[in-house]
Design a protein around this ligand. Structure first.
Ligand code: IVH
Length: 677
């Protein structure tokens, strides 16, 4: 008992500390999953020793008390928290408790599933149809008045339409979209400032700015998920109907909320969301399951902390703590020296992570992560795992700040950092890491597309001194390669054919493959089309380059500089000798059609029947449109062939027109979007 009491005391202190970091300072020190583990341990211990439960235990309270910068607001109805289920058994056990708790015992209620948005809860009060007060949750009873800041959030209505209740409290989550968060961090990186840890904390910090003009620049968003107090209107019978009503009052209500007759559909919903959570442009940390009938909600009531009629099913966490074993530096194809963390392997965001990026030397300095630290690692979806920062309370006393190396770890050249740039470079063009990087890029699918020429093959050929630049690929010594393990007759023949075929690739792909700074696929195609062949391009002046539509002076200078460098001229002459195609793709597009899709961004996904995806993209580019690989809010339309997956879901969630193949062909012909359904 004494041991339990001591542990309970320890857990309470620790949880109180982390509550304050999270709720009061918007700056948590540990990931949510670690916090949840502390709370679960405390709950379990208190359940085993009910005599030790006290009213001030964090298990009985919501959030943390507030610091005194904003006016205090006492909520008319408490703003509660939610209980968590970490697996299906716990969720099913809750559903059983609900069934038993209903007056007509063991009736199956209707369930509503909603996403659990990872932001911060706010209460919005409307009197006579006008927004008069917005408050944070605070400790659940008393929150902070953030009205001026909330008024800057675009989706939140300032007034309600006629017929709205005379008094209405709407509750929901303020959040920051991933697009906004990534843009904000990109700006921080460019300004050499510390990046923000995650969208939730950034949203919380943005909402609690003293100057609402700063909040206004942060582009926050809002989802309504409940009604608090209400007067002057007949109450709805169902939670989902209430959400639909809020939508008619112009509140942003998430379109994924759905009602189900039976619990197996609830589980299906959760499984589907778990697979598709990264297609959303905002973060979620779970699914909230609620009993739909308000009368049943009343019967079930609430504990001191959370309602009994709702449960948060937590999805696997995307942040974890682990030990930072070392900080190393990798050298990219362009010589960029990028610091990265070697980590004690940890499962996060659905996979085991043992390395994570640290971006550049300024970021390491700003975050002050040191070898030996316990660090927070974050991996969301397809993005590269990232070290968010150290857990300072666990830092060892003798730890030393890490210093960026002065020499390239591969070739030992002295690293340089050009003035005004965040990146550090290895200046040695012949550095084996750079050579490998350039060749890997050249053979990749978007460039010369040489099948069977993977990274391992590149490594092998470079280490055996068979290739030192991309042109050497076309004069490879196949006899020597035939002596290598794994290179039998068939694979040699396949490799020869793949290399031979790649020689016919159009000039645009070759230019992209050469990794000229600032030249991506779109610019490469534009340049190729404008100068028709390499000779034409080589004769072009910077002024000629600048006349190409879509090319600014920075790109023009970059291409010109690249072309004038002696080692590049030698490379081009080797490519000429190897009889690599140096002509642009013949353009079937007439002059007047060249601007048909100007200003449009058309993304292609899935398999089309009449053309390959690359050809579809090329057709868009030739008509003056853009065709990036990802769907975003600026996408004009998504062309969806057979088997289009996550992009389709994302386009749907952003209400972007989706074109089938026929509609796409029409778009290419007319420049107009005609929707078939
Ligand atoms: S309902 C009384 N629905 O989760 C229950 N909460 O961990 C009121 N949250 O404080 C909450 N998405 O900030 C509800 N669809 C959703 C939610 C949601 C996110 C947050 C909310 C709450 C916290 C509890």
């Amino acid at each position: 008992m004494d041991i339990a009491a001591a542990r309970i005391q320890e857990l309470r202190e620790s949880i109180r500390y982390h509550n304050e970091r999270y709720y009061t300072f918007d700056s948590p020190e540990i990931p949510d999953a670690n916090y949840d583990a502390l709370l679960t341990e405390l709950k379990d211990l208190e359940q085993l020793h009910p005599s030790l439960v006290t009213a001030d235990s964090p298990t009985q309270l919501v959030g943390a008390s507030i610091i005194n910068t904003f006016e205090e607001v006492t909520h008319r109805l408490p703003m509660m928290s939610l209980d968590n289920a970490f697996d299906m058994d716990q969720l099913e056990a809750w559903a059983d408790r609900v069934r038993k708790g209903l007056q007509q015992e063991n009736t199956e209620p209707q369930w509503v599933c909603e996403l659990k948005f990872d932001g911060l809860a706010v209460s919005l009060i409307y009197e006579e149809g006008r927004l008069v007060q917005a408050a944070t949750r605070g400790d659940g009873k008393v929150g902070e008045d953030v009205t001026a800041n909330v008024q800057t959030i675009k989706g939140i209505p300032h007034s309600l339409p006629d017929g709205a209740p005379t008094f209405l409290e709407v509750r929901g989550e303020v959040y920051m979209s991933l697009t906004t968060f990534n843009e904000l961090n990109e700006r921080q990186r460019i300004a050499e400032e510390k990046t923000y840890a995650n969208p939730r904390n950034t949203a919380a910090g943005s909402l609690r700015q003293k100057d609402s003009r700063i909040t206004a620049t942060r582009n926050l968003s809002f989802w309504a998920y409940a009604v608090g107090d209400v007067e002057g209107v007949e109450q709805q019978d169902s939670h989902l109907d209430t959400l639909h009503l809020l939508k008619t009052f112009d509140f942003p209500v998430n379109e994924k909320a759905e009602r189900f007759e039976n619990f197996s559909s609830v589980i299906e919903f959760i499984n589907k969301i778990e697979k598709t959570r990264h297609d959303l442009d905002y973060e979620i940390d779970g699914v909230v399951v609620k009993v739909d009938a308000l009368s049943m909600q009343q019967q079930l009531g609430a504990t001191a902390r959370a309602p009994r009629w709702a449960m948060a099913y937590k999805l696997p966490p995307e942040e974890q703590t682990t030990t930072l074993l070392n900080i190393e530096v990798s050298i990219g194809a362009g010589g960029q020296a990028t610091p990265f963390a070697r980590l004690e392997p940890v499962v996060v965001g659905g996979s085991t992570v043992s390395t994570a990026t640290l971006h550049n030397s300024d970021q390491v300095k700003a975050k002050d992560v040191r070898p030996g630290d316990i660090v927070i690692v974050r991996k969301a979806g397809d993005v590269i795992p990232e070290v968010v920062g150290p857990v300072l309370s666990e830092r060892k006393e003798n730890s030393e700040p890490w210093n960026f190396p002065t020499q390239c770890p591969i070739c030992e050249a002295t690293l340089t950092r050009p003035e005004g740039e965040a990146a550090t470079f290895c200046p040695n063009h012949a550095c084996p890491a750079q050579v490998r990087g350039r060749i890997t890029h050249f053979v990749s699918r978007g460039a010369m597309d040489i099948e069977g020429f993977g990274e391992q093959t590149v490594d092998l050929f470079v280490s055996k001194n068979l290739i030192s630049d991309v042109a050497d690929i076309f004069t490879l010594d196949m006899e020597t390669i035939a002596t290598f393990e794994g290179f039998g007759e068939t694979s040699i023949n396949n490799l020869k054919t793949a290399i031979q075929t790649s020689k016919t690739q159009p000039l645009g792909r070759l230019l992209f493959g050469l990794r000229i700074p600032h030249v991506g696929t779109t610019v490469a195609d534009l340049v190729a089309q404008s100068f028709t062949d390499l000779d034409g391009l080589e004769q072009a002046t910077i002024e000629d380059l600048e006349t190409v539509e879509g090319l600014g002076p920075v790109i023009a200078v970059s291409i010109d500089e690249w072309l004038r460098q002696e080692h590049n001229q030698q490379l081009l002459s080797k490519l000429r000798q190897a009889e690599v195609n140096l002509q642009a793709a013949s353009s079937p597009v007439s002059q007047e059609n060249a601007k048909l899709l100007k200003g449009m961004t058309v993304v292609v996904t899935g398999t089309l029947t009449t053309m390959k995806r690359n050809e579809a993209k090329e057709a868009i580019l030739q008509r003056g449109g853009k065709s990036p690989g990802t769907v975003s809010s600026t996408t004009t339309a998504l062309v969806a062939g057979e088997g289009g997956g996550s992009k389709l879901l994302k386009a749907e969630s952003l209400n972007i027109p989706i074109l089938d193949e026929e509609a796409f062909l029409q778009l290419l012909e007319t420049g107009k979007i005609s929707l078939t359904n």
